[in-house]
Ligand binder design. Sequence first.
Ligand code: TYD
Length: 135
Amino acid sequence: MEITKFQFPTHKNDTGTLSFLEAEGHIPFPIRRVYYIYDVQGDSRRGFHAHKNLQQVLICIHGSCKILMDNGSEKQIVPLDNPAEGLLIENNIWREMYDFSPGAVLLVLASQHYDESDYIRNYEDFLTFVKENEA
Ligand code: TYD
């Protein structure tokens, strides 16, 4: 599975560091929604779904976490621990997020507004959906 990561421009000086990103410049879609996951408890695992159309970029802006990506035939684990780096998750990818360090914050940029009907929350349904869309 091809993993696409983006490195965001970063300005560092003696006082601190600033990174930035621009929709359609550093991110390959117009950003229509931003959400963030934080205060993750203990060994909690989140996600457990795929999207039919949504594209997302994940940035661990504080701390670290791991992302499991699964395209139905191959799985890959991607560690995120750099606030200046974004991970692209395209549609039809099952994802799980876990191993959050205490205080970690995962920022997500999304290509569409929230739409529950775009979610596939059952793994067997995901495998079926992937097969149907390959055919
Ligand atoms: P969910 O996507 O299941 O979270 P995760 O993938 O991190 O486990 O979303 C959790 C809840 O939040 C669910 O009830 C849907 C709601 N939600 C919104 O209302 N708007 C949003 O933009 C998102 C991402 C979730």
